[in-house]
Design a protein around this ligand. Structure first.
Ligand SMILES: [Fe+2]
Ligand SMILES: [Fe+2]
Length: 475
């Protein structure tokens, strides 16, 4: 089960050869996928040799291999974690029963929707990031971008496998539709709004991989609890790859901060204009980018009160983050949870049934996890002896989904008037001129070991290679 067969056209550890109909269907989808990659994958990257990690096993002790490959030759495949013997459903109304190896008819529509929604984010992020390779601040960063991109492509494979194997003709149609929607396109956009935003520059990319890939982590963790065992096993393996994406984001932002602090000390100034003139990104601008990506990403968890969330949980389709570590009855009938509401111009807490608030529960777990990394960024600032702290904005700041949608609050959670919002929004969210300034710094650095002026080199290279290793070869 754990060995991956690379002699197959589609590398896999699911005995694809045994199921001829499925194999044929996926082999028909494969060229469509490659067409999509060629059209919408990293711009101008097809001939580059990239030092990539490829999954060769699902054994946690040695699952990956590194080497230079051309990205269109990357072996996208289908890898599931091994089945856990006698796994039981451990939450919801079916608690204690055997997990399902097939899709129960009554949950078919909901499971399909969950898988399609997750699957749609994977190609979306590749599309959002497709121009960034042109302006990579180093070969090391260029390689990391491409690594994230090929793995998001593999995550799409993971979801399409489930659709093809378990959802018949509907599933095959969904597989095609996943290649047809386009991030940011008006007529046929991606399903979730954060995946239709642009990722125009590398600060956005690092914020996206820190915040939005972390949403991916939480969604995948919730699906890894699913009673539909193939979904649980697929998402578990995806999580091993996701960790690297969040590392790219966290270390990327950290290196931007480190470089800014270095110049702040050299010039003995915190004046944004002087720092910008010196070619680094001032900390208030970094805070505004943080505010944007944080708020857009927490919308992804959905409405604070949702009967769908209750149904998904009670029927065993989607659990909570770390469901098995929680000390309650895992059925949650009669339990309550506090959500925020805006009443008569004031934020108030209201207790609602926990089952209906499970989106909010996951959002709050996510927020806790995000803040931990922001505190690690603050350590970099502290170490440089600079009195400035980055902060997560208030949960109700700049929201577009749920009861808080459209509420006007400052990042520290004060309800403000329309007039104050309009007067201060450029201090709270990236302004057009912030974005133009950050864009002006972007430009490709392609010499091994060299880094753009606005970012510090990493502490170490990839897979114990030196920092000045030729991570990408231009032919
Ligand atoms: Fe992904
Ligand atoms: Fe990811």
């Amino acid at each position: 089960m754990s060995a991956i067969d690379y002699s197959e056209k589609i590398p896999n550890n699911v005995d694809l050869g045994e199921d001829r109909t499925l194999k044929r269907a996926l082999e028909q989808w494969q060229p469509h996928y490659l067409d999509w990659w060629n059209d919408m994958g990293p711009d101008g990257s097809h001939n580059l040799d990239v030092y990539l990690r490829t999954a060769v096993s699902v054994d946690p002790a040695g699952w990956a291999q590194f080497g230079h490959v051309k990205m269109p030759d990357y072996r996208w495949g289908i890898f599931l974690n091994p089945a856990e013997k006698d796994r039981k459903i451990h939450f919801g109304e079916h608690k204690g029963a055997d997990v399902w190896q097939d899709v129960p008819g009554e949950y078919r529509a909901n499971l399909r929707r969950i898988i399609v929604t997750q699957g749609d984010t994977e190609p979306a992020s590749v599309e959002q990031q497709r121009h960034l390779g042109r302006t990579a601040p180093s070969l090391y960063d260029l390689r990391n971008l491409f690594q994230v991109n090929v793995e998001e492509g593999r995550h799409l494979w993971a979801m399409v496998y489930l659709l093809h194997k378990y959802f018949g003709r509907d599933g095959r149609e969904e597989g095609e539709a996943l290649l047809e929607r386009r991030s940011g396109q008006q007529d046929n956009p991606r399903i979730l709004q954060a995946f239709n935003e642009e990722t125009p520059d590398w600060l956005s990319f690092f914020m996206f991989t820190y915040f939005t890939d972390r949403d991916g982590k939480f969604q995948l963790c919730a699906l890894a609890e699913s009673s539909f065992d193939p979904l649980a096993r697929t998402t578990r393996f995806m999580l091993t790859e996701e960790a690297h994406h969040m590392f790219v984001g966290e270390s990327g932002v950290s290196r931007v901060i480190q470089r800014t602090c270095q110049v702040m000390r050299e010039l003995k100034t915190d004046d944004p204009a002087q720092l910008r003139a010196a070619g680094v990104i001032d900390l208030p601008t970094i805070q505004r980018y943080l505010n944007f990506h944080f708020s857009v990403t927490i919308d992804l968890f959905g409405a604070d009160e949702s009967s769908n969330a209750a149904t998904f949980y009670s029927t065993g389709l989607k659990g909570r983050f770390e469901e098995s570590k929680r000390d309650d009855d895992h059925v949650l009938k009669g339990a309550g949870y506090k959500v925020l509401q805006l009443r008569d111009g004031r934020l108030v807490e209201a207790e609602v049934p926990m089952l209906n608030a499970l989106n909010e529960v996951l959002r709050d777990d996510y927020i806790k996890d995000s803040i931990a990394g922001i505190e690690r960024w603050n350590k970099v600032i502290e170490k440089a002896g600079i009195a400035f702290r980055l902060r997560a904005p208030h949960k109700a700041f700049h929201r577009s989904i749920g009861t808080l949608a459209g509420a006007k609050l400052s990042p520290d959670g004060r309800v403000v008037s329309e007039a104050e919002w309009a007067a201060k929004v450029d201090q709270w969210l990236p302004s057009a001129s912030d974005r133009a300034f950050v864009a002006s710094l972007m430009g490709r650095v392609a010499e091994p070991g060299k880094f753009a002026n606005w970012i510090a080199p990493p502490a170490m290279g990839i897979n114990r290679q030196p920092v000045d290793f030729e991570y990408v070869r231009f032919n």
